[in-house]
Design a protein around this ligand. Structure first.
Ligand code: AVJ
Length: 332
């Protein structure tokens, strides 16, 4: 039997479905100096598809490195405190990371509930389709940001056994250090003893490798970034001339992060009516769209400990410089 018993439902969070949230975030971000846009809005349907394409680029090694670690060590991970009765994934995307982990699950394993949290409805639909093929799993998708998702989902037990929370793919990289620790604490809060967190984080590596990963020769990352302008035009009635903004990726060594910008190639007026924006952008002026923090192994350990977790096992891909850490919910 393949997934005949799987229950698949995707619930949109009221807060997230609202276009008003996007409009307010755009109004706020574009009014700041420097101008910025919230990263999570990169993931509309096309943005999620472009991100999936990024994951397949030869220069973007995070996804493949993590998949290698998940398939080599999945049995140990799933059996560590288990068997787990529930897996909650923050930022599931199309479900590929979880599918890799579940492929290591032994035949006849105990039933498992999967709660997928993602801002992209299209990604959740794809993930539900992919994951329902696994035996004995119930899949529930929840369209929400991490904050709403944790509040509504992480604390819900099944009464059958421990829960494993997944924060993979270096999704933690979008958070400033203080926010990353705050996120760890938010995840830790509703968990009990025996529950665990599996965290995937990208490590510091040579600048040339990072620049190729975030400004790839095929221009897929540039398209992913510029799609945010396309989305503002479509959903908020904006009149961005998409072709007159170019993608820029820079390594900021002091902050240990990659930064992505959209740079205007000419001085121009831009209106985004639904966000109340009517602004002049100078030639060379940049709109900041993403931070991707790169960690050290020690930095990951410290973040987990400050967040109330006890790191138990870590696996490092030395070649791609990526670390997967299994941590137990501890005391504060
Ligand atoms: C999904 C946040 C992990 O930062 O590497 C990929 C997003 N941005 N290429 C990352 C991204 C540009 C990605 N994360």
């Amino acid at each position: 039997m393949t997934g005949a018993s799987a229950r698949v439902s995707v619930r949109p969070a009221a807060r997230d479905a609202a276009i008003e949230g996007f409009a307010a975030a755009v109004r706020d971000g574009l009014s700041r100096t420097p101008r910025q846009l919230p990263t999570r809005y990169l993931y509309d349907s096309l943005g999620s598809a472009l991100f999936e394409a990024i994951c397949r680029l030869p220069w973007y090694r995070i996804t493949r490195a993590e998949a290698g670690l998940l398939s080599r060590h999945g049995t140990g991970i799933l059996g560590a405190y288990g068997p787990f009765a529930r897996i909650v994934e923050l930022g599931s995307g199309g479900g590929g990371k979880l599918a890799t982990l579940l492929a290591t699950r032994p035949a006849g394993a105990a039933p498992l509930r999967l709660d997928l949290i993602d801002v992209s409805r299209a990604a959740l639909d794809a993930a539900a389709q992919l994951l329902r093929a696994f035996d004995g799993v119930d899949v529930v998708g929840y369209q929400a940001d991490y904050e709403a998702g944790i509040g509504d989902m992480v604390g819900q037990g099944t009464g059958r056994g421990p829960a494993l929370v997944l924060l993979l793919g270096s999704n933690i990289g979008n958070f400033d250090p203080a926010d990353a620790v705050a996120l760890m604490r938010r995840i830790r809060e509703p968990l009990g003893s025996g529950d665990a967190l599996l965290l995937g984080a990208d490590l510091v590596k040579p600048e040339a490798d990072l620049l190729l990963a975030y400004d790839d020769p095929l221009g897929v990352t540039a398209a992913f970034n510029r799609n945010l302008l396309v989305r503002m035009n479509r959903e908020l009635g904006g009149d961005f001339d998409v072709a007159s903004f170019r993608h820029r990726a820079v390594w900021n060594p002091a902050a240990s992060r990659m930064e992505m910008y959209l740079v205007s190639t000419r001085t121009q007026q831009v209106r985004v009516p639904a966000a109340g924006i009517d602004m002049a952008i100078r030639q060379g002026e940049a709109i900041w769209t993403e931070n991707s923090y790169k960690y050290t192994v020690e930095g990951v350990t410290e973040m987990l400990e400050q967040g109330g977790f006890i790191p138990r096992t870590r696996w490092v891909d030395e070649d791609a410089r990526f670390v997967l850490t299994l941590a137990e919910a501890g005391g504060f």
